[in-house]
Ligand binder design. Structure first.
Ligand code: SAH
Ligand code: SF4
Length: 350
């Protein structure tokens, strides 16, 4: 029989599991706290009786991720992790230092089935979903490895979080729990390529997270050429879902826009984008597209990027250019995993 993923359980579920084992209620809180503190084995749970620890060990496992490779940027200290999972799969996380603290960018799936043309994560399709416990572990391991407290999380690594909906929701519940990592939902961003059905479901939870939409184009022609998801839900459908989402949550929405030279960086594009975003309380994050070995996209030069930003600002759209971190360590998610599969990682390994 497959063992239970106990680290993905909330306290209520642990409580019923223990009740089935004839254990007193108060043990659920103790066990939950241990699991959410990142312990690697039941044996470390010193206030849990030995016979219960043994029983739990027979029926449950404590999920973990193992550091397989670690790349430290010589420019800004950004750390990129290649983690190995229990089944030999690889995922990536990035730890970034900002003025307000440490942010971890986590993966939500092994691979991705959305197949965006500019992205390294989607090249080989979806392998499997990550469990909530594997999402948590990425943060716990990075925090422990650097002896720091992580204050912000972005679900912007490999994978489409809304294509792994229930595990992503469970992750949000656990990561913000005061008995665990206690990272407030206001300090968490969830990025989606535009899975409208997922945005509609997420709206029902009315969470104070930041919803980040990978828009990348001002019209359907360009967007469909870059992102398959746009053929299922076009820009009108996506922006309509954003408006409905905002009505419920009253949260500002963040739009990601990766600037690719000659594709979506013209003045006309900026103009069209500004018109489209009218009526949505939002912020546009301009990202100079990160060249990926597997495609030929180029980022525009700096003047062009700043001009694009100015054009948006002039049209009343709040926009910033995202600071590029870890430029020397291929910090865009998906790139390192692909190298690992090719047996070709040798840069800056520590
Ligand atoms: N699947 C989700 C979250 C993970 S991707 C999504 O697509 O939103 C995180 C962000 O990185 C997205 O905005 C994505 O569009 C962007 N991205 C992917 N590859 C990139 C590249 N080569 N250059 C710049 N941004 C990229
Ligand atoms: Fe998947 Fe996001 Fe990459 Fe698209 S950009 S392939 S949705 S991870």
């Amino acid at each position: 029989m497959a063992k239970t993923d106990i680290k993905s359980m909330n306290e209520a579920e642990i409580s019923s599991l223990l009740a089935e084992m004839g254990q007193p209620k108060f043990r659920a809180g103790q066990l939950f706290k241990w699991l959410q503190s990142g312990v690697g084995s039941f044996d470390e749970m010193t206030n849990i009786p030995k016979n219960l620890r043994e029983k739990l060990n027979e029926s449950c496992y404590i999920a973990d991720v193992k550091i397989e490779r670690k790349l430290v940027s010589q420019i800004d200290g950004t750390v990129k992790y290649l983690y190995k999972l229990y089944d030999g799969e690889y995922i990536e996380s990035v730890l970034m230092k900002y003025e307000h603290g440490y942010t971890v960018c986590i993966s939500t799936q092994v691979g991705c089935r959305m197949g965006c043309s500019f992205c390294a994560s989607g090249l080989c399709g979806l392998k499997r979903n990550l469990t909530a416990s594997e999402m948590l572990s990425q943060i716990m391991v990075a925090a422990k490895d650097n002896n720091i407290r992580v204050s912000n999380v972005v679900m912007m690594g490999m994978g489409e979080p809304l294509d792994n909906f229930s595990n992503s929701i469970r992750f949000l519940e656990l990561v913000s729990n005061e008995k665990g990592l206690g990272i407030g939902l206001r300090h968490i961003s969830l990025s989606t390529s535009g899975v409208v059905s997922g945005i509609e479901r997420l709206k029902e939870y009315n969470l104070p997270i930041t919803l980040s939409i990978s828009l990348h184009a001002p019209n359907d022609e360009i967007r469909s050429s870059m992102m398959k998801v746009n053929k299922r839900w076009n820009i009108d459908a996506l922006l309509e879902a954003c408006k409905e989402y905002q009505k419920v949550t009253t949260r500002r929405i963040s739009f990601e826009y990766a600037l690719i030279e000659g594709v979506n960086d013209s003045e006309r594009c900026a103009d069209e984008l500004a018109k489209r975003l009218k009526g949505i309380m939002c912020h546009v994050n301009l990202i100079p597209a990160n060249p990926v070995k597997e495609n030929t996209f180029k980022k525009p030069d700096k003047t062009r990027i700043l001009k694009f930003r100015q054009l948006l600002e002039d049209r009343g759209v709040n926009a910033t250019v995202r600071r590029t971190l870890g430029a020397d360590i291929e910090a865009s998610c998906g790139q390192l995993r692909n190298r690992a599969k090719e047996g070709d990682i040798n840069a800056n390994i520590q």
